[in-house]
Design a protein around this ligand. Structure first.
Ligand code: T4K
Length: 382
């Protein structure tokens, strides 16, 4: 009898070019001995990234978390910032690292993004900015958020860690707000191993951000701010440059997987897929499902069956940020304030999606959902 388990499937796997393709880039770095501090690959990658994303000014970073911390510094944000509890913890951590108080507002039940209708009630005399997240790469209601920011004189910094390549009706979603921050982490649709970027509205802002990410140096002898070291290295920049060549193909493969899931999951009652959002160009970064009360298994029981079957789905984003010890004492973290986020965090599972995920692996995920949906857990793991 063969009782060996089927191969593991992860929530994501990075898409990489062939090593052979990367060797000449490495050779160039080795020959030049230019490893960091805005070298030739850094400059080329910044330029080509602007072209690809359809934006004019980008500052590359070592990762998105340092970029978020720096974005807040660049705009001199202080006091309180209104943000979502339904995100990766780095969103709110960037506020604490700046001595800013996060004020959580609830999310919209359809988009799972910060609900614009909940923002105004959270504004106080201390509020200086809003930090929404384009969760799963689905655009926030950028117009309504901007209208509120304009009315109250607030800055808007988008955590766009998931929104690489996403377009809304007006073009790149990254062009909205005062600044947008991207992540190129290994788990993202576009990766440079670690990496990130700030999309800026103009060259003056980018210049200031470049000072801040280089210890505050404006020139060899002038330090204009208590900056940090947020620079992207030549290694990561060279990889990014090469990655740009394959990104459209990778997005097309993600699209096919997204479509396969959607078509198959129509048969499975009790499992809700999110409707595509308002975007004109999607990036299929995640495939979240919401386990409804009429599905025979609880979300956590289903999560365990997946794991027992070597399918490593994730509960992004559970627990809510507002439930972690450094946030849960805030008045805005109270259960009554965040009913939608709380419910969604109890229901969500992100299914595997990445370019190399084979269609029979997608079918294995769907079969499990279908089987458990029929037998209510009696089927066990495979
Ligand atoms: N804002 C938002 C909204 C974010 O989602 C994130 C990051 C940030 C800001 C901050 O961005 P960065 O500072 O990281 O640039 C992951 C990532 O570490 C994190 O970057 C990401 N969001 C978050 C949503 O997910 P984990 O703890 O779930 O990652 P991990 O290591 O468990 O990886 C998940 C799966 O991915 C693994 O089971 C297998 C696969 N994987 C992962 C890595 C790291 C690989 O195949 N290769 C790898 O190298 O947090």
């Amino acid at each position: 009898m063969n009782d060996s388990k089927p191969a593991s499937i992860y929530v994501t796997r990075p898409e990489l070019p062939s090593l052979e393709e990367f060797i000449p880039y490495l050779q160039e770095i080795w020959d030049s001995k230019l490893l960091t501090n805005g070298g030739p690959f850094h400059q080329k990658f910044e330029q080509q990234l602007c072209d690809y994303l359809g934006v004019k000014h980008i500052a590359l970073f070592t990762n998105a978390t340092i970029a978020l911390v720096t974005a807040l510094q660049a705009l001199r944000v202080t006091g309180e910032v209104i943000t979502t509890p339904y995100s990766f913890v780095a969103t709110a951590h960037s506020l604490l690292w700046n001595g800013i108080k996060p004020v959580f507002a609830d999310i919209d039940p359809d988009t799972l993004n910060l609900d614009p209708g909940k923002i105004e009630a959270a504004i106080t005399p201390q509020t200086t900015a809003i930090m929404p997240v384009h969760c799963y790469g689905r655009p926030c209601d950028v117009e309504r958020i901007q209208a509120i920011a304009d009315t109250y004189g607030l800055k808007v910094i988008y955590d766009a860690a998931h929104a690489f390549g996403v377009h809304c009706h007006s073009g790149s979603v990254l062009a909205h707000g005062d600044l947008s921050v991207l992540s190129f982490h290994a788990t993202k649709v576009f990766t440079t191993f670690e990496g990130g970027a700030i999309v800026c509205p103009d060259e003056k802002t980018r210049q200031r951000i470049n000072y801040l990410k280089n210890f505050g140096f404006a020139d060899e002898v002038t330090v204009v701010a208590p900056g940090i070291n947020g620079k992207m290295s030549e290694f990561n920049s060279a990889l990014g440059l090469l990655q740009l060549k394959g990104v459209d193909q990778a997005l097309a493969k993600r699209k096919a997987i997204d479509e396969r899931y959607r078509a198959a999951l129509e048969r499975v009652s009790g499992i809700r897929c999110l409707r595509p959002g308002s975007e004109m160009r999607r990036n299929y970064a995640y495939f979240p499902i919401l386990v409804q009360p009429d599905y025979p298994l609880s979300r956590d029981a289903l999560y365990q069956v997946f794991r027992d079957s070597n399918i490593f789905v994730r509960r992004y984003f559970y627990p809510l940020i507002s439930d972690f010890p450094m946030y849960r004492g805030l008045p805005s973290a109270s259960h009554d304030n965040l009913p939608v986020a709380r419910k969604v965090a109890q229901q969500v599972i992100c299914l595997p999606i990445y370019p190399e995920l084979a269609h029979d692996q997608v079918d294995r995920v769907v079969d499990l959902l279908e089987r458990q949906g029929k037998t209510g857990g009696a089927a066990g793991a495979t």
